[in-house]
Design a protein around this ligand. Sequence first.
Ligand SMILES: *Cc1c(COP(=O)(O)O)cnc(C)c1O
Length: 382
Amino acid sequence: MIPYGKQDISDSDVQAVVDILKSDYLTQGPKVPEFETLVAKYCSAEFAVAVNSATSALHVACLSLGAKKGDIVWTSPISFVASANCALYCGAEVDFVDIDTSTGNMCVTALETKLQIAKSKGQLPKIVIPVHLAGQSCDMARIHALSKQYGFYIIEDASHAIGGNYKGHKVGSCVYSDVTVFSFHPVKIITSAEGGMALTNNSYIARTMKKFRSHGITNSEEELQEISHGPWYYEQQALGYNYRMTELQAALGISQLARLDKFVKQRNYLAKQYNALLPKNVHHLTQNTNTESAYHLYIIHLDEKVSNSQKSLITTLRAHGIQAHLHYIPIHLQPYYQALGFKKGDFPNAEVYYSKAITLPLHPNLTQSEQLFITDTLRGLL
Ligand SMILES: *Cc1c(COP(=O)(O)O)cnc(C)c1O
């Protein structure tokens, strides 16, 4: 099966992990801070907090921005469920902003309209979480302008987008947001097996996310609320979690980071090849001129006139050994979210998108002959 996504592991990645196994620290050593510093520097952000997944990063980001019962968080319905679940973990309510079907990203016009209505009802969101679908940044400058006008925080869910650019800034720079979150799951752009990171330019948010990562505990002199009892002293100041990244994961992440630009370049090359090879009656997601995608996913849309159904296409492609996929099922249609009151028809663009989208395999080691086989097979089915 040609997988829809796959990690690239080199001998130096293997060596980096083995070196840690032979070292003094398997966790809470020097590699996690080194990985944080390198990613922050790569993105030109001031602070980075490594955790055990992007899901944990989204959770500590929401907590650090004060999300709690009575608050409202908005995100995109076309995302992985973690983009919405993070708000529910904090006791906040979730709602969605419909997408722009051409990019699959949150529609800024829909966001503005929804904000006007929410303002008149006194139900403005505390946090908005735009998701950079497939690796292309949302229109962050416009979302940022709206955040100033309506007074909400922004967490970028950039799980797909490390290595991408927006208006000449690296995704993760947090020029237009409070926090940006990356995922290092193996199908994403770089991997630490499981792992995630939250970047910010705000030292208070960074400190608070670090506290929530590790039980709500601090031993840092300037944060202590009481007088230290001695060199063993620490204080639990909030109800935190154990969301720590291990040294093994950080070492793998550091080793992978050295090849990030190469991966993104190869993914962009392969996406261009796909664009040229696609049959006429399918379309790829629109790429805006002010963005450079990291191309986590290559998503196509079927034309109205295509005779074969999306379901039969994906099933048949898989029967041919091609792991076609579909990103994503609109979150509001998940049974858990329907039980919260969401229903079919709530976000029509997301639902139209879902009825037409197919993800084709894309990873740095996809070969030209595999790509030709995929596009030829697809053409034969249409
Ligand atoms: C993968 C992903 C996540 C969750 O990442 P984990 O590291 O697996 O927790 C969150 N949001 C989006 C958009 C993702 O694709």
